[in-house]
Design a protein around this ligand. Sequence first.
Ligand SMILES: [Fe+2]
Length: 371
Amino acid sequence: MEQIVYSNVECYSTLLKIITENKIESLMLVCDGAFEFLKIKNDIERLKTVCKIYSFSDFTPNPTYESVCKGVNLFNNTGCKALLAIGGGSTIDVAKCIKLFSSMDSKVNYLEQKIVENSIPLIAIPTTAGTGSEATRYSVIYYDGEKQSVTDDSSIPGYVFLLPELLSTLPLKQKKATMLDAFCHAVESFWSVNSNEESKCFSADALKLIMKYSDEYLNNSEEGNKNMLIAANLAGKAINITQTTAGHAMCYKITSIFGIPHGLAAAYCLPKLWRFMLDNMDRVCDSRGKHYLEDVFDNIAKCMNVDSPIKAVEKIENLLSDMKLVLDISLDDNQLETLVKSVNTTRLKNNPVALNEEDIRSIYIEVFRRN
Ligand SMILES: [Fe+2]
């Protein structure tokens, strides 16, 4: 089913229409603690007159497999027929996993079973503009402390609501980090070896919107919030086709060691990675060749309203410094080696310039270099 995206619609009547059309008598609301403080809560309360609603919020950011299982049990025991996720990336990921796992054998580890598509309607309402989880087939959960990616096309929500008012109460720091995540998705997808014409259109449109509306979004205008939600959704659609590349592969451990928000960690890696690639264009491994990649880099720069890739790199670095987000952490040798060893080599294969361990080490050193 092609995803239907509702941008800036009247939430209650649109939800009611979906519930009526799909004859949904009971649904499971997957939400986090912030839901209590959102205006949309009133719309959900009103829906209770036409549909039974069971809430599930027994999970944390970086959700565990066990918490997803609790959600699956609640879903099946209550006979719910649909899922509504309202929250950030983790919340939407939990709902996507519940959808997939709920039609599997509960006596066998879900992660060891073959995923079989089901038709359970899933509605996603993101409360941040960044992860793009509502547009992708990937969900991240943790099993025995290890990151697991659960991937299936059928987990992509069939309905998405992009509601700018949900962003208006977000802390500024969170808005900055999530915007940077969307930005990195758009750029990494653009240069990924897996890109195609469709993914590059999504990336280009996302990048142009981020550049045009970043100030308005950070100033919390409705127009800014609306367009950043659209941009994050487009960037999500782009990485749904291509996956991310070395920037994301390098940033996960920065978050887990230093507690730096994901989008920010990704944005620290991206300009240093890009600089490295520009200096090593003789090592292009995209089968479309060096000239192709040079064109891609030029196009990314154009979408960022500058006339060369190096100016695009500087623009990201200046953006971080203008937002007072310069990384100011010293890295010791042990931490450096932990970071180097953490990098997922499969994700590196998506990178258009070949990188070895020594390259990764030198890029990390640049990321943490204090001026
Ligand atoms: Fe990301």
